[in-house]
Design a protein around this ligand. Sequence first.
Ligand SMILES: Nc1ncnc2c1ncn2[C@@H]1O[C@H](COP(=O)(O)OP(=O)(O)OP(=O)(O)O)[C@@H](O)[C@H]1O
Ligand SMILES: [Mg+2]
Length: 221
Amino acid sequence: MLVELEGVSKVYTQGWVSICALSDIELQIDRGEFVAVTGPSGAGKSTLLRIIACLDRPTTGMYRLDGQEIQAVSKAQQARIRSERIGYLSEHPHLISDLTVAENVEVPLVFRGISRVQRRELVEKALNRVGLQDRMNHLPGHLSIGQQQRVALARAIVAQPEIVVADEPTGRLNTRSGRELMEMLLQINRSGTCVVLATHDADLADMAERTIDLVDGRIVT
Ligand SMILES: Nc1ncnc2c1ncn2[C@@H]1O[C@H](COP(=O)(O)OP(=O)(O)OP(=O)(O)O)[C@@H](O)[C@H]1O
Ligand SMILES: [Mg+2]
């Protein structure tokens, strides 16, 4: 099992107010699965995805990624697990505007002791998979929003993660670009990478193998 959550809860505390964003989540995701997470705004989708992506930790309960208990490791180890095993994509591409497309995609590889030649190969491969190999030397500002999001997808997969966590990646895209990005996520999944996608779009959720519906921080299906 790649992802295992047992009794996971997440409570955000601000001053005197506590918000329970996730309650007692039990979830298992296998290698190579494509899981869609749906539910109304505020249901806890992003909170769940951030925990799965090792960007955050549960308040209580246990999260294991490939058998490793995340709350048992140091913050530095957690960051390393994240960079080596997880690709994360959000609604905003968060590209660095004065780096080229290729340089943006290369960012996750830079501090990993990979040779320049090998980095180039991985970057080209990732850009090929999102159909942007001919835009390598462009600046992000010269691309459409849909293309920028595909650059962010290339950056998420360049280090060949076992799991891609995508939080509303089509949220800012028109229907056609959204479908294109979804097709790419499906393609990445077919080649063996696990994908966890949060979406409001029922049509996209229907394309996943399995759907998890969240309401008020609880799984209802
Ligand atoms: N950093 C935070 N501090 C305090 N409360 C938070 C924080 N992040 C999320 N919350 C709260 O936790 C609950 C779940 O939020 P979350 O962002 O996970 O929902 P979501 O399902 O992703 O919603 P959306 O569809 O709008 O993106 C909400 O009530 C939200 O206000
Ligand atoms: Mg969200």
